[in-house]
Design a protein around this ligand. Sequence first.
Ligand SMILES: *[C@@H]1O[C@H](CO)[C@@H](O)[C@H](O)[C@H]1NC(C)=O
Ligand SMILES: *[C@@H]1O[C@H](CO)[C@@H](O)[C@H](O)[C@H]1NC(C)=O
Ligand SMILES: *[C@@H]1O[C@H](CO)[C@@H](O)[C@H](O)[C@H]1NC(C)=O
Length: 312
Amino acid sequence: MSESPPPPPSWSITGMANNAVQFLRLPVIASSGLAVVASGLLYFKQNELIYPRNIPADARTNVPKPRQFGITNYEELQIPTPDGESLHALFIRPTRKGVASNVTVLMFHGNAGNIGHRIPIARVMQDVLGCNVFMLEYRGYGLSTGVPDEAGLKIDAQTALDYLRQRAETSNTKFVVYGQSLGGAVSINLVAENEDKGDIKGLILENTFLSIRKLIPTVFPPARYLARFCHQYWTSEEVLPKITKIPILFLSGLKDEIVPPSNMTQLFAICQSERKVWRTLPNGAHNDSVAEPGYFEHIHSFVKEEVVGDDQ
Ligand SMILES: *[C@@H]1O[C@H](CO)[C@@H](O)[C@H](O)[C@H]1NC(C)=O
Ligand SMILES: *[C@@H]1O[C@H](CO)[C@@H](O)[C@H](O)[C@H]1NC(C)=O
Ligand SMILES: *[C@@H]1O[C@H](CO)[C@@H](O)[C@H](O)[C@H]1NC(C)=O
């Protein structure tokens, strides 16, 4: 695939991303300090390691609002899950027409913080693509109820997709699923489970891992001898190859210090989708790849060429 042409002069993706990065001070995967605190209790405390929903300390109560980032056309939602939780979510409408006016991007966040911290990403996304953006806060995060675990997050992702399928405004749009880090694992699972429905038209993966078990020895070092007791699996390397038709964009920050970029290379290698696109951010680290030049250009051309295709 070729690079996309330069964006029209009325907007600058890189400029918007630069504005966004100043709000992205939190790690997508938080590692430092945590493992030490919890090492002895890993088996019972591993959820606190893998899902650090209290980082930063006020992440359960202080969820930034779209208005703080200049977004006015949005709805704040609480969506019930079949097992009795209530998920906080944002539905953001586009401010301009773009290549993807008939697209809804479903965003799945990394393992720290809350959706409010990612609003700058949503803002650039809807501006660059002219799409709807739906941001889901997993159970136990931000203003959602409950406690996170693998089974629960899978229910949450399905709940979000089912919500968009029945919402009048989005039921006739193409869905693009976008996940960063842990959100990549959530996305892979959701897309594999729903491929046969035909309404997911694209998957975008950023800096995600092969499986949690493979991550534990290096990302949570004090826990390395306990990896075999790990009860959170997120086996993306087993699930990803089940996706065969939906186009997939791999965005890999080559300076990722937390998930080695070779995990992304390997995921790309085992991907069986008919359409897969590999793009790197040469200076992208784990939690700032989104602010690297080219990031949103790659998303723009992927959506234009692989998702919207002939019917724009
Ligand atoms: C990324 O996270 C690390 C902590 O893991 C932090 O030190 C760094 O400042 C963060 N970078 C950005 C650009 O937010
Ligand atoms: C939007 O996409 C859906 C699914 O591909 C399609 O059924 C619908 O006709 C499209 N709507 C418009 C306005 O293009
Ligand atoms: C994936 O990342 C883990 C965690 O750092 C590492 O131990 C493993 O070797 C990596 N695997 C590949 C194939 O890159």
